[in-house]
Design a protein around this ligand. Structure first.
Ligand code: C2E
Ligand code: MG
Ligand code: MG
Ligand code: MG
Length: 292
């Protein structure tokens, strides 16, 4: 019966692969309409300072396809990269984020001080026109570079390191804030990090899963935070879901906290009260979520 088991296992593997290929092809077929058909929108998730005040937002892309329903970015971004559609998508994201920034800016007060972060893919860093595209979007909406944060992953920096470094240097000089996203999940050496023109490390949420309590992960997070401090980088923790995670991170001296504990990615209108008050409406919203 051994061969049967193997055969069966193989069959399951094949079926799963076939499904994934089919899904990829469906996404590839529908993706061009995402841009031309106005099927994309941005959601915004807040980042807070340890005292609860508003630091900024991360813009997260959503695609609702009439044929496929909602498709998460983790699924369609890689397809967009593979079939050459990522450039147009990033253009759209930059434009929409700057338009939103301009709207918030026009309201004044706390809203005017918040930044918006957009995610760039590895392919974006290989674009010759990236700088012009981003500065063009800023100019069209009257937004300053200092208000737009660019999140790039470690792996995006290791594909074409020399080119990526050049791009980041130019963007950094122009005033854009550069953040390394999902820090700790790539393979970039700490030695290389020292030479990069970056401002922020975002600790990947996978490090927060068993926190606090898992001593080894606690030590990793602690040392990433102290590394950031000693390099004069700001450090933001993503994926904060519990009050005990929040307290642990606050005690370490992180600069920013982002996660479901404070809010999920939402349409801009959802954050009106947060914008007006410049902080999370009440302690009650932060603390009691964690039963521990
Ligand atoms: P990311 O940039 O690391 O974004 C954070 C992801 O974690 C988001 O998933 C967010 O919804 C999720 N998240 C935030 N807080 C929590 C939490 O407390 N718990 C859990 N479990 N998850 C949390 P999302 O929106 O599905 O995006 C996934 C990834 O897709 C992003 O990871 C980013 O790499 C990529 N992405 C999203 N928007 C864009 C975009 O406009 N352009 C590009 N190139 N990539 C994008
Ligand atoms: Mg990000
Ligand atoms: Mg991230
Ligand atoms: Mg992440």
């Amino acid at each position: 019966a051994r061969w049967r088991q193997e055969f069966h296992g193989f069959g399951v593997f094949d079926a799963t692969t076939a499904l994934a290929v089919q899904r990829g092809m469906a996404i590839e077929a529908e993706l061009p309409q995402a841009l031309s058909g106005g099927q994309l929108h941005l959601l915004y998730q807040p980042k807070l300072r340890p005292d609860g005040s508003l630091l900024g937002f991360e813009a997260l892309l959503r695609w609702t396809s009439p044929a496929l329903g909602p498709v998460p970015p983790a699924e369609f971004i890689p397809v967009a990269e593979a079939c050459g559609l990522i450039g147009g998508i990033t253009d759209w994201v930059a434009e929409a984020a700057c338009a939103q920034l301009a709207l918030w800016q026009a309201r004044g007060g706390n809203a005017a001080r918040a930044h918006v972060a957009v995610n760039l893919s590895a392919h974006d860093l290989e674009r010759r026109d990236l700088f012009e595209m981003l500065t063009g979007a800023l100019a069209r909406h009257g937004v300053k570079a200092t208000q737009l944060e660019l999140e790039v992953t470690e792996s995006a920096l290791t594909r074409q390191p020399a080119q990526a470094l050049q791009q980041l240097q130019r963007l950094h000089e122009a005033g854009f804030t550069i953040a390394i996203d999902d820090f700790g999940t790539g393979y970039s050496s700490l030695a290389k990090l020292v030479d990069l023109p970056i401002d922020v490390l975002k600790i990947d949420r996978s490090f927060l899963h068993q926190l606090p309590g898992d001593l080894r992960r606690e030590r990793v997070v602690r040392s990433v935070v102290s590394l950031a401090h000693s390099l004069h980088l700001r450090v933001v923790a993503e994926g904060v879901e519990s009050g005990s995670q929040m307290s642990f991170l606050q005690a370490l001296g992180v600069h920013g906290l982002q996660g479901y504990l404070f809010g999920r990615p939402e349409l801009p209108g959802h954050w009106q009260a947060l914008m007006q008050q410049g902080r999370m409406p009440s302690e009650a919203e932060l603390a009691p979520l964690d039963p521990a």
